[in-house]
Write a protein that binds this ligand. Sequence first.
Ligand SMILES: Nc1nc2c(ncn2[C@@H]2O[C@H](COP(=O)(O)OP(=O)(O)OP(=O)(O)O)[C@@H](O)[C@H]2O)c(=O)[nH]1
Ligand SMILES: [Mg+2]
Length: 424
Amino acid sequence: MTINKYQGRTKEEAIENAKKEMGEGAVVLNVKEIKPKGMLKVFKEPIYEVTMAMEEKEKFANPVSAAAVQQKTAEGINLAADEPITIPHAPAAHAQSAHVQSARVQPVTEGQTALAEERKENTSEGLERRLENLSHILEKQLSAEENCKEERMETQQASPEGFQFVKMLYRTLLENDVNEKYVNQIMEDAEKVVSKGNSVDYILSNVYQKLILKFGQPDTINLTAKKPRVIFFIGPTGVGKTTTLAKIASRYKVEKEKRVAFLTADTYRIAATEQLRIYANILDAPMNIIYSAEEMNAALERLCDYDLVFVDTAGFSHRNEAQCSDMKSLIAGLNEEYEREVYLVLSATTKYKDLLEIADIYREIADYKLIFTKLDETTTYGNILNVKLYSGTSLSYMTAGQNVPDDIEVFDTQKIVKQLLGGR
Ligand SMILES: Nc1nc2c(ncn2[C@@H]2O[C@H](COP(=O)(O)OP(=O)(O)OP(=O)(O)O)[C@@H](O)[C@H]2O)c(=O)[nH]1
Ligand SMILES: [Mg+2]
């Protein structure tokens, strides 16, 4: 894995700078706001520093700078993993109990107090604290490695605490519904890291980085000069397609000052068209009902001055073949002159097996990006990672509530990864 840092006046600018050098495959590990210092600090704006990571196999956009960046690659971190592993057991239990017994009779040394502290930290409470402090841990690890100091956090001696910690992370990921196959891939490296006697912080940041890479960089609406860009929302019934579409359209209209319009192909229920009409009225945007691909193309001709046209579709069971086929014809029937994006909207509360089946069937309808809704209605987010890895497509937005337009954000990989590892 390659890790590097970039700065910008905004978080977006810093990421943009990183992508110019590292390419689209680079993902954000950490974002830091650097507050201005000195006498004139009140007159200065803060700058943003992003730590970016990229799997070795990804190609650099700029091969010249690639060589320079590769040099800075954090030595000893290898996050490529595909083989399943078995989670290590702590060294023989009797060795530990002997240690505890002798601690009872002997005076407690400083080292033993530190060990006891370390053990206390290896509880879920300790894990939460470490996760809150994760950006600091990452910083420490990166600067030690960048400066090639002998500050490596390893002692070449496996510690029982390290093994316990890996086990706890393994269990936490499983409890959060990450599929066992993926947990094994993620933890593969942790075994090597722990057997070298690395600190618990080092193990945690290693697993964190690996998870971030698995999620990949979110991919949202790409605004190009070509107008209008047509954005379809598809997915099962009641997952939040119409609400999410309204949230996103509102953001583009109000914050980015884009011209937005709506089409609805959801003609199955009168209430559905009314729901979208209300949002269109609030945003003062045109809204048309379409019954076929021809009507869609005719409506788009009239909307040629608009930047984005959002197409709402009817929710249906993925097992209903006739409706699947109608949807496929509608999307495929879009005139070639238009650029399209398709978002598959899924609820984070849907069962694992159903999600995989839905991901498969909708793949036949069109290539899509993923939106996850209703994150406020569950505490386990493992299925988001499961579907992302299963479908091999990008995540885009996540929603956690019914309020339009507030309860939506671009998929926040760092937040979700911390939660998967047991953070709040
Ligand atoms: N708790 C919660 N509710 C949500 C979220 N997103 C949408 N909803 C609610 O889910 C319900 C269904 O939302 P819709 O937007 O109508 O869903 P849809 O996918 O368009 O439904 P159909 O068109 O009938 O297939 C509404 O009550 C929404 O307010 C979310 O992120 N969290
Ligand atoms: Mg709807």
